[in-house]
Design a protein around this ligand. Structure first.
Ligand code: MG
Length: 191
């Protein structure tokens, strides 16, 4: 089995009057995470880990903050793109491990729901997704949320077979088409 690993990291600042999107969930909290998109840094860190695992760049290369299409965008779109890129490279996810670092809200009571949501977005079992949380003790960063993510992937498609597949993303125009498709295919938030 040929395996690779990927690592992702992100941080966002808390801001009052902004909805808190975290781990694909909308969480009831007095402040949310500022960002050009919906600010879901857990999904951003996992997206970067997936892209990193197949050396496919990072979230900014696919979804530049300068592009107005991604203003307030659902970060599930970014995750979907990374999942597709991984599949097109011939790999699948073995497991994902994440650590959130934030003072509040407490993640323990909602971590099961968050794991289920991230697993659902990626077509994985919940046992393939780990979400842990720590408080930023000693860092004086209570106004910031951070997330680290690692992913293990394994090759499922032979490189020779890949060469004959027309679905391989080769240039920016094809990426744009995939992104447009994805915009209409993101699963809705659970009620
Ligand atoms: Mg981010």
């Amino acid at each position: 089995m040929e395996t690779r690993i990927g690592f992702g990291y992100d941080s966002h600042v808390f801001k009052k009057g902004v909805p808190l999107h975290l781990g694909g969930l909308l969480i009831d909290h007095p402040e949310g995470l500022a960002g050009h998109s919906d600010g879901d840094l857990l999904l951003h860190a996992v997206t970067d880990a997936l892209l990193g695992a197949v050396s496919a760049g990072d979230i900014g290369s696919f979804f530049p903050p300068s592009d107005p299409r991604w203003k307030d965008a659902d970060s599930a779109i970014f995750l979907n793109q990374a999942r597709e890129t991984l599949q097109h490279a011939g790999y699948r996810i073995v497991n994902i491990d994440t650590t959130l670092i934030l003072a509040a809200p407490k993640i323990g009571p909602i971590s099961a729901k968050m794991r289920a949501r991230v697993a659902d977005l990626l077509g994985l079992g919940t046992d393939q997704v780990s979400i842990k949380a720590k408080t930023p003790e000693g860092l004086n960063l209570d106004h910031v949320a951070q997330c680290h993510a690692v992913v293990l992937v394994e090759r499922v498609i032979d490189p020779e077979e890949l060469k004959t597949m027309s679905a391989v993303i080769e240039n920016q125009s094809q990426i744009e088409e995939v992104v447009d498709d994805l915009l209409s295919s993101v699963p809705a938030l659970p009620k």
